[in-house]
Unconditional design. Structure first.
Length: 351
């Protein structure tokens, strides 16, 4: 990305668009950031709100005749993508699993019992199929297998007061958990049975936190912590040593007002959601702002209280749009995208 694409105002004419997502494959959107003549870097792809977005529009048609009721997100917060490319979204009392490949929606934590979720917030997945979920009502972290069965719990009484963000470092065998109310990050083994270390305490100095929320890891294992109450993101190396800060309070590019979700793409660009600005900002590895995407509203590419964000192995970007009760999907048009475009079959030329 180049500094020349910084923060242009994106005006897109949207004709006949409603807040509901089209059925899969029915509409191809042409919304990009920044606008021409600049080279586009982010492209809008699609929206997930209900089972109709993976099963097809016939589900709504059946619902009109009273045979089925669509399964709709209510107030989502966190998002992750698992090894099967399923989109996992925390919602009130459950985790939605949008399985586009198999054209179905499943749930985790919705059934009564030990694995029942109440207010799930953060979510992360591992390559071996585990799904980690923080629950602020029970002050615990739930670990499920890929089939949604509970396989572990982290958090004895008093251990957490507000578990929120999660990050999985499989290379080093670590699970990072932020506690917003205790103002620290705890580092566990991946099974959650052993505490390896604790990072930070309450304060405004570098290395200290004021309501840390969401977490992300870059390709080198550096930990990025959204330090919400201090209006910044702090970066730590794999040994837990503070490296640098990104951002400060304000209303200019590179500033934050209400930072929430964070994710990192394959080229180590940093994506940070700001719920007050109704957008996500993109920074380079050194923390310099490159581009922002979004504005307030309910059309594609617009947000009302955006929250969690995740990026999959193909650099598709998933952003939870809380008050619009949906997940919007974008695509970073970087090196991976260019390789896919080059490898795609070309239309047969007319003779």
């Amino acid at each position: 990305m180049r500094s020349a694409i910084l923060f242009g105002i994106v005006t897109v004419l949207l004709i006949g668009i409603t807040a509901c997502a089209p059925a899969p494959g029915k509409r191809v959107w042409d919304i990009v950031w920044p606008l021409p003549p600049e080279e586009p870097r982010i492209k809008f792809l699609e929206i997930y709100q209900s089972n109709a977005d993976v099963e097809g529009s016939s589900q709504f048609a059946r619902a009109l005749f009273g045979e089925d009721v669509p399964l709709i997100l209510v107030k989502p917060y966190g998002v992750a993508v698992d090894r099967e490319s399923r989109i996992c979204v925390t919602d009130i009392g459950r985790v939605f699993i949008f399985d586009k490949k198999n054209r179905r929606v499943d749930f985790i934590g919705a059934e009564a019992g030990t694995g029942k979720l109440r207010i799930p917030i953060g979510i992360a997945t591992s390559r071996d199929g585990r799904i980690y979920v923080t629950d602020t009502a029970s002050d615990r972290v739930f670990i499920y297998n890929s089939k949604g069965n509970l396989v572990g719990l982290i958090g004895q009484k008093g251990e957490f007061e507000g578990p929120s963000g999660l990050a999985v470092d499989e290379k080093r065998g670590r699970l990072y958990i932020s506690d917003a109310k205790k103002h620290f990050i705890k580092v566990y083994t991946l099974d959650g049975k052993e505490v390896l270390s604790t990072i930070g305490e309450r304060g405004a100095e570098s290395g200290k936190f004021n309501f840390p929320t969401n977490l992300a890891l870059d390709s080198e294992g550096n930990l990025y912590v959204v330090d919400t109450g201090n209006f910044r993101v702090q970066v730590f190396n794999p040994e837990g040593k503070h490296v640098r800060n990104i951002g400060s309070v304000g209303d200019r590019p590179g500033n934050f007002s209400r930072p929430k979700g964070i994710a990192i793409d394959s080229e180590d660009h940093i994506y940070i959601v700001d719920a007050a600005f109704q957008n996500f900002q993109i920074f380079n590895k050194e923390g310099q702002p490159l581009l922002f995407v979004g504005e307030g509203g309910s059309h594609p590419g617009q947000f009302l209280l955006p929250a969690g964000i995740a990026i999959d192995d193909e650099d598709r970007v998933y952003v939870v749009d809380q008050l619009n009760a949906r997940v919007q999907v974008f695509e970073y048009m970087g090196e991976k995208w260019k390789k896919r475009q080059a490898a795609a079959p070309k239309p047969e030329q007319k003779k």
